[in-house]
Write a protein that binds this ligand. Structure first.
Ligand SMILES: O=C(O)CCC(=O)C(=O)O
Ligand SMILES: [Fe+2]
Length: 337
């Protein structure tokens, strides 16, 4: 039965879920995770084991990306059919044509794949990333290796994603090996995001939306601004300690779980007057995975199965304002304010 989310996002220590051993606290952590993700659809995770240096290097890489002169990014803007590269401020508008642009700029990255990998012949969504061509930091002269920092953080997110997904499968009585296999050669992606401090008053950083993936992991930005919709339609500040990760369920995992795990609308409003940077990681299955309920759907949950590749390809084109989305749930601007 749906319950009203708490005033704060549930804080869960996942250390017992990340080790090899099965300590007695494992069942407790698993229950807490399942409880949070089947009600509010969000949780704040401690004990994830990501070294602070890895996150710090990642933050520095994001900062370097958005400190660089934008002329460097000329010709590297994302294109329909190649959703990798720079997304200028205000680039996307709601598909309906109604509503203001989002007040963010971004660099979009996908699962880094060698062009010689046979999967590239199976689906055009695979290939190498375009990386921000950023030189030495002008103030310190130090070279920030953005690619290395991102890939190190990414592999840590892959690890945490696998731990959390395994625990959720155990809790739901699903075959974790089978579900993890869906993430071999995944369409997992990340966005490096910059919300300028001088945003127009009450402008969306990112308009209300649901994520369209399995799980999203987000390192917290101390300036705040992420808000989660409660069942009564009011919005809750996603408070998060600096060393923790915000976790939420996306539509694909909601579908796989037959509606037991909940994909919840969220939005960003940068009211801080300061620059806000974030870098969500979105786990998405391999292109040929058919996502469908693995359990009998909960009453009232009716959703068509989908193919991960086709659904992702739809995002790669439908975010452009002159396109319509083939999947209503992926339309930009669908979740009001
Ligand atoms: O920047 C954030 O805190 C959230 C971003 C987000 O919701 C998204 O990119 O889907
Ligand atoms: Fe999101």
């Amino acid at each position: 039965m749906p319950s009203t989310p708490d005033a704060e996002l549930p804080l869960i220590d996942i250390a017992p879920l990340c080790g090899d051993r099965a300590p007695p606290q494992r069942a407790q952590a698993m229950e807490a995770l399942l409880g949070a993700l089947s009600t509010v659809g969000f949780a704040v995770l401690r004990g994830h084991g990501v070294a602070p240096e890895v996150t710090a290097r990642m933050r520095a890489a994001v900062a370097a990306t958005f400190a660089a002169p934008r002329e460097l990014y000329a010709g590297l803007t994302v294109q329909k059919g190649n959703y990798r590269g720079y997304v200028p401020l205000g680039y996307f508008t709601p598909n309906s044509g109604v509503g203001d642009v989002d007040y963010y700029e971004a660099w979009k990255l996908h699962h880094e794949t060698d062009p010689k990998d046979p999967v590239c012949l199976q689906s055009p969504l695979y290939g190498p990333n375009r990386w921000p061509p950023v030189g030495p930091d002008t103030a310190t002269g130090r070279v920030v290796d953005i690619r290395a920092a991102v890939l190190a953080y990414w592999s840590e997110m892959d690890r945490v994603n696998a731990c959390v997904l395994t625990a959720l499968c155990e809790g739901l009585g699903l075959d974790a090996t089978m579900v993890l296999d869906m993430l071999r050669q995944p369409l997992t992606n990340m966005t490096l995001l910059n919300y300028p401090g001088a945003s127009p008053k009450d402008a969306w950083g990112i308009h209300p939306h649901k994520d369209f993936n399995f799980l999203t992991f987000l390192s917290h930005d101390p300036v705040g601004g992420l808000e989660v919709r409660r069942l009564d339609g009011t919005w809750l500040d996603a408070h998060c300690p600096p060393d923790a990760l915000v976790l939420n369920v996306g539509d694909m995992l909601e579908l796989l779980s037959g509606g037991r795990l909940v994909s919840t609308p969220h939005r960003v409003v940068n009211r801080s007057g300061r620059q806000r940077m974030s870098f969500p990681y979105f786990s998405v299955p391999r292109h040929d995975v058919r996502v469908q309920p693995l359990l009998p759907p909960v009453p009232g949950f009716v959703r068509e199965p989908l193919l991960a590749g086709a659904a992702s390809a739809n995002i790669w084109t439908s975010n452009w304002p002159d396109e319509k989305s083939a999947l209503a749930a992926q339309d930009l601007g669908d979740y009001g304010g």
